[in-house]
Write a protein that binds this ligand. Structure first.
Ligand code: FES
Length: 74
């Protein structure tokens, strides 16, 4: 993994690990729910693919572009 990591929604200033804690606590199942509740993702949208992967895998730290590499290779 690169030394640089993606680990937060910059616009909302909240770490993915803190978002994931809310996901578990409130049984949230989608990015849209997080946006509707203004927890994250309502700004630039750059975090969206990372949050979507977090919702599937539970990962909260990513290499930059990680989500795009896996999307292209299937
Ligand atoms: S980084 Fe999450 S909305 Fe901008």
């Amino acid at each position: 993994m690169s030394k640089r990591t993606v680990k937060k929604c910059v616009c909302h200033r909240i770490k993915f690990e803190d978002i994931y804690a809310v996901v578990i606590e409130q049984n949230i199942e989608s990015l849209d729910e997080l946006i509707d509740q203004k927890i994250c993702g309502a700004g630039c949208g750059m975090c969206h693919p990372y949050i979507q992967k977090m919702l599937i895998t539970g990962e909260t730290t990513f290499a930059p572009g990680d989500v795009y590499i896996h999307a292209e290779t299937g």
